[in-house]
Design a protein around this ligand. Structure first.
Ligand code: NAD
Length: 333
């Protein structure tokens, strides 16, 4: 007898069958998803091992590009690290565009290069520019590209510092540090990147600091700008990497520890450090080696990057202990 009860039971039997089919389909799709994730993880591990082996191999037998005849623009070239990088790059036979807000300093650097290394094909030009002003950065790009045709390597190195507790730094000091140390990178990159993109060729370098991997009292605004530069450069690299039409544009971010600046330079800070501070020539040559090997990150000394990352993953109180025991203390200069 086919009655309402039979219809009810049949409908529910059909529903149960549908549920079974759906459940089986969902279980097998979950299984496939799981397998795909496990495969990706295994491939990731294999890829990491491969890149570690490759790193060891390329450290022993490095592949370096030549910078001879490259047009290289260095900001903050009027003294300190910028001047030293310009000098060392000149020895490599590069054509230097020295840029600084300090007209006398930048002329001195260019004159020293033209007098010293002209025989090796080095030549230097100089521009007095405030890189923290977007209109000046754009005008610089226009003038340099008109005269030199291209910029192969852009080194954003200009920076300033004032060491003081946060409440003692003036509003003007904080604003200026953010403008010169961080915001100027945006203006310079946006002024020079379009031509690099057109050629799908170029290299953008930034001088950050070990301050971007750690923390220290009395340089709160400075450290914040250096974290900013490191973040800017890492994300810029991702943006370039995600577009195959500009894949040949490289980035390098340099993180120096405290420099033993020459006494003629303005003293930035008094440092009490358990680690030996580094020399300006040492940082300049590490930065240039990093550019030639197309490293994304250069730290001087290299070991410090590893130590800082280990300290980051420690429990906070343990990290504080290591910092208190071994880290640098910065006093107002
Ligand atoms: N000195 C250190 O211990 C240390 C440590 C780590 C990182 N750094 C970074 O290295 C870079 C160079 O430092 P340094 O010790 O050679 O400094 P420095 O003061 O000796 O030289 C910086 C140069 O930048 C120029 N400059 C400043 N403002 C400018 C602007 N608005 N436009 C154009 N040029 C400008 C200055 O005139 C100067 O010639 C900076 O970015 C600094 O933050 C320095």
């Amino acid at each position: 007898m086919y009655n309402a009860y039979t219809r009810y039971v049949r409908r529910h039997d059909d529903d149960d069958d549908d549920d079974d089919v759906l459940q089986k389909a969902s279980t097998s799709s979950n299984l496939l998803e799981c397998l795909s994730i496990i495969t990706k993880i295994l491939m990731g591990i294999a890829h990491s091992v491969y890149t570690f082996v490759q790193l060891i191999f390329t450290t022993i037998y490095p592949v370096e590009k030549s910078l001879k005849n490259n047009v290289i623009l260095v900001t903050g070239a009027g003294r300190g690290l910028g001047r030293e990088m310009s000098m060392q790059l000149a020895k490599e036979g590069a054509k230097l565009i020295c840029v600084d807000i300090n007209a006398d300093g930048v002329k001195e650097t260019a004159d020293a290069i033209n007098d010293g290394w002209a025989g090796q094909g080095a030549v230097a030009d100089y521009y007095t520019t405030n890189v923290a002003e977007p209109s000046e950065a754009n005008e610089l790009a226009r003038a340099v590209e008109e005269k030199w045709g291209r910029v192969d390597v852009l080194i954003n190195n200009a920076g300033i510092v004032a060491s003081a507790p946060i409440m003692d730094a003036t509003d003007e000091q904080i604003r200026r540090m953010v403008d010169v140390n961080l915001v100027s990178h945006f203006w310079m990159i946006r002024a020079f990147l379009p031509a690099m993109k057109k050629r799908n060729d170029g290299h953008i370098v930034a001088t950050s600091s070990v301050a971007a991997f750690t923390c220290a009292a009395n340089i709160v605004p400075y450290a914040a700008t250096k974290y900013g530069v490191t973040g800017l450069m890492a994300s810029l690299r991702e943006e370039l990497r995600s577009d195959p039409s500009v894949a040949n544009i490289k980035t390098t971010t340099v993180h120096p520890f405290f420099l033993d600046s020459s006494p003629i330079n303005v003293k930035h800070w008094e440092v009490k450090s358990a680690m030996p501070i580094v020399s300006i020539p040492q940082v300049a040559s590490a930065a240039i080696r990093g550019i030639k090997r197309e490293y994304a990150v250069v730290t001087v000394p290299e070991l410090l990057r590893f130590i800082m990352h280990v300290v980051w993953i420690l429990p906070q109180k343990s990290a504080d202990y290591w910092r208190d025991t071994f880290s640098s203390q910065i006093n107002k200069a």
